[in-house]
Design a protein. Structure first.
Length: 486
């Protein structure tokens, strides 16, 4: 296929050249009605390009073929049979993917180190999760993706499961054995869905971890805005084989997706695909080399422990994305939250994720010598200054097995049940009626329907006192927890 073509971008360019006046949404009419004070910040080009696909550039139903051609080019670029663009981020795309595999009351194997959007999908759909617990690295207090044997055991116990949802890479960069898991689930002729939100760049360089389509996954969801060059909320479904029907996937997406698809998102996806096909190997090679230099410098700093290839050599994870820079700071006697806050405030270095023990930053094809130096200098300054920081309360890190809570009630039933807000101490032994997810990265510690235990309560309460953000809980301080009424 001719990957120099960018159908959505060309259509948008032609729309702007013609100077069409739209008598429908958006109401700002390509920026004519926007407050000049807003234009001063956002620029008029953004509003001139803010066009609806329907009755604007294109639509899947009122189609001039623009979107269809762009999606065909994307599928070809990443070695998939089908690709579908989504403008609501992978938080919505993963919900759609799950609905394409299982329905209300049906079982779906789900990796428990999942984003809160997956739990939201379980609540919306009524699907029964069969949690496949991640491989827990006790030394690093870190959850890596589950292994093929974990999936095999789950399928043995639940042979009626309709598919498997696997999350890889994790927020910290460790990767699953996708091909191994695919072999296990395909032995039962059920689909493997991969939430590869952090992996949009993986198809474009062979020194990066294996891309889901190349590892025989049936359906892969990526967030191109995370590691790629498209704007926020840019997501793509990639599909191959016949275990998930493309027609069914489109219908499920239509059920959940917006009818006001953004040409800005589609055009940026289109342009990013062209860039990666034409330049991806070279620009990603440069990014990998840059990340290697950064890793080398950080590894030599006192008090910092870099997550590196030792995690794969020890068999803790199948692979590691070298562009994800995960650094344990506990030897500095500060929390990852403190480190991230300090680096943002004092160095203008905004890291992607942090928890009680570590921080994470990402390197992409967009980085240059200046951003490389800024990140290295920020870590240097952190090690020199950490001893002056206020000591926050210790966080009661739970033993790994205590994080594997009993699922007593389906998430949907628990979430919509009569509930009460009770003191955290009295919530022990009760069934949760809410999602509790420290953010970032947004992986739930408690999902609706799970039985709350002492260790998790101690962890969340002490974490909140130490600065952990828990925005989705009814009480972010964790002094009280929402549970099913008796």
């Amino acid at each position: 296929m001719d990957h120099s073509q960018v159908p959505v971008l060309y259509a948008l360019e032609e729309f702007r050249r013609r100077g069409d006046v739209v008598y429908g949404p958006p109401g700002h009419k390509q920026g004519r009605g926007v407050d000049p004070r807003v234009l001063a910040v956002l620029g008029d080009g953004l509003f001139r390009s803010d066009v609806l696909m329907m009755n604007g550039l294109d639509d899947r139903r009122l189609s001039h073929g623009v979107l269809r051609k762009a999606e065909e080019l994307m599928a070809d670029a990443v070695r998939a049979e089908h690709a579908f663009f989504s403008t609501c981020g992978s938080s919505l795309s993963v919900k759609t993917a799950m609905l394409a595999a299982a329905g209300p009351g049906e079982k779906l194997l789900v990796s428990r180190n999942t984003h809160k959007s997956v739990v939201a999908a379980l609540i919306i759909s009524g699907v029964e999760p069969v949690w496949v617990h991640p491989h827990f690295d006790a030394e690093r207090h870190l959850a890596h993706p589950p292994e093929p044997d974990d999936v095999r055991r789950a399928l043995h116990d639940h042979p009626d499961a309709k598919g498997m949802l696997l999350i890889t890479p994790t927020d910290w960069g460790t990767c699953a054995d996708i091909a191994g898991v695919a072999r296990v689930v395909h032995d039962r002729d059920i689909p493997l869905i991969v939430d590869e939100a952090w992996g949009a760049h993986l198809p474009f360089h062979d020194r990066l971890p294996t891309w889901g389509m190349d590892a025989d996954a049936d359906l892969v969801v990526t967030s191109v805005h995370k590691m790629g060059g498209a704007i926020e909320q840019s997501s793509v479904f990639h599909l191959q084989g016949d275990r998930v029907s493309p027609t069914l996937l489109r219908q499920r997406e239509d059920l959940l997706g917006t009818t006001s698809s953004s040409a800005l998102v589609y055009a940026s996806l289109d342009g990013w695909r062209r860039q990666m096909v034409e330049q991806g190997e070279s620009v990603l090679a440069s990014a990998i080399q840059r990340a290697h230099r950064i890793r080398k410098e950080i590894a030599d700093l006192p008090g910092l422990r870099l997550l590196g290839t030792e995690v794969t050599e020890a068999g803790e994870a199948a692979d590691l994305d070298p562009l994800r820079i995960t650094v344990d700071v506990r030897e500095l006697a500060i929390s990852g939250m403190q480190a991230a806050e300090w680096m943002r405030t004092n160095c203008r270095a905004d890291l992607g994720a942090s928890d009680t023990l570590r921080v994470n930053g990402q390197i992409t094809h967009a980085d240059d010598d200046a951003t490389e130096r800024l990140l290295i200098d920020a870590f240097h300054r952190l090690t020199e200054t950490a001893h002056t920081m206020e000591r926050r309360p210790d966080v009661a890190l739970p033993p790994p097995n205590t994080l594997e809570l009993e699922q007593a009630v389906l998430p949907r039933r628990a979430f919509f049940a009569d509930a009460e807000q009770v003191p955290a101490r009295t919530a022990i032994g009760r069934v949760a009626a809410e999602i509790v997810s420290p953010y970032p990265p947004g992986v739930p510690v408690i999902a609706p329907g799970e039985v709350i235990n002492q260790e998790v309560v101690d962890y969340l309460r002490s974490g909140a006192r130490a600065g952990m953000l828990i925005p989705d809980a009814a009480d972010p301080s964790m002094e009280t927890i929402r549970v099913m009424a008796r």
